[in-house]
Design a protein around this ligand. Structure first.
Ligand SMILES: Nc1ncnc2c1ncn2[C@@H]1O[C@H](COP(=O)(O)OP(=O)(O)O)[C@@H](O)[C@H]1O
Ligand SMILES: CC(=O)N[C@@H](CCC(=O)OP(=O)(O)O)C(=O)O
Length: 303
């Protein structure tokens, strides 16, 4: 066994058990083969090296068995670190980065450049065929100023999504590539905008009529009490999700995640999942097991 072999093959399990594991995954592989799954890649799964390798391999695994993963990535911490190096202030309002002209340039260089290309390289090295894009490529995402920008003009070039044109992504999927998208987009005049990566993933999932939207993050999922990991809510529908936001149970960075799941579900995505990217093989556990992991949001509990 080579040193690079996936951990599930170097773990101390017998060949018979390995075959058993694959046999149990088969019904899920058959169920999702040919279906699109949008993965928001961020949080610890992107920052910690050991987890990064596993997530990348999981993505390549899904593509290899005929499922169509589309990766939308974040990179907030990487942007922060470059802004600090350049002595540019880092500021957030309501979870969104205040993005003036120079910050926008750094955001684009970091997200569409460094982060995007390093994910592409890792996927290719793991045996997949990744194509890196940002919202500007093929006019995939058209942006407009964030809706609160009129009220808070100094939030700068933060964008909302005006429209999504999924054609380029669909042709890449057809050819067996793994699209990797950063959430930089432009408006009709070519002005660049910085869009929250969760929001971009949700809208893209809707435009692609995806089977699943999976958001990898740094918590077990949606918690009833965010300080108690055991208070995980396993399944909820749009109405319950909205209620949790209104009651303040869901706050901070979890708000845009839950909101983008709700919007994706309302537009026809079959299920949205908020899962713990710190857990090894979180993606495969979500897609290829009955119980899944994390929180699953559906349009209606009755479905
Ligand atoms: N009800 C909740 N359940 C889980 N996390 C919550 C909840 N409410 C607020 N949060 C916060 O949301 C954070 C996740 O959002 P964020 O840090 O923006 O994630 P990412 O960096 O993966 O995009 C959690 O670390 C937690 O502090
Ligand atoms: C408007 C806005 O805040 N954009 C985000 C885009 C990147 C992102 O969303 O990255 P994470 O998923 O790692 O947080 C930012 O500038 O940080």
């Amino acid at each position: 066994m080579s040193q690079d072999a996936p951990s599930c093959f170097t773990a101390n399990i017998s060949p018979a058990d390995r075959v058993q594991v694959l046999a149990e995954a088969l019904p899920y592989i058959q169920r999702f083969a040919g279906k699109t799954i949008v993965v928001k890649y961020g949080g610890a799964a992107m920052v910690r090296e050991n987890l990064r390798d596993l997530v990348i391999r999981d993505i390549v695994f899904l593509a290899t068995v005929g499922i169509k993963p589309v990766v939308v990535h974040g990179g907030g911490p990487e942007i922060n670190s470059w802004l600090e190096r350049l002595n540019i202030p880092v500021q957030f309002v309501g979870g969104l980065r205040v993005t003036d002209k120079i910050t926008m340039e750094v955001v684009e260089m970091v997200l569409a450049g460094k982060v995007n290309k390093s994910i592409v390289q890792m996927i290719n090295q793991a045996g997949g065929s990744a194509v890196g894009l940002c919202g500007r490529d093929g006019s995939i995402i058209e942006a407009r100023p964030h809706q609160s920008a009129q009220l808070q003009p100094d939030i700068g070039f933060v964008g909302d999504i005006q429209s999504v044109n999924p054609k380029l992504i669909q042709s890449l999927l057809k050819e067996g590539h793994i699209p990797v998208l950063s959430s930089v987009a432009s408006d009709e005049n070519g002005q660049a905008y910085n869009i929250n990566a969760d929001t971009a993933a949700g809208e893209l999932a809707a435009a692609l009529d995806a089977e699943k939207l999976i958001l990898l993050t740094d918590t077990p999922g949606i918690l009833l009490d965010k300080d108690h990991p055991r208070s995980l809510i396993r399944k909820l529908d749009i109405y319950q999700a909205r209620k949790l936001i209104a009651e303040g149970v869901v706050d901070g960075g979890m708000i845009p995640k839950v909101q983008c799941c709700v919007r994706a579900l309302a537009q026809g995505v079959r299920a949205a999942h908020i899962v713990d990217g710190r857990q090894m093989h979180a993606l495969l556990l979500e897609v290829l097991t009955d119980q899944g992991i994390g929180s699953m949001l559906v349009a209606s509990e009755l479905v």
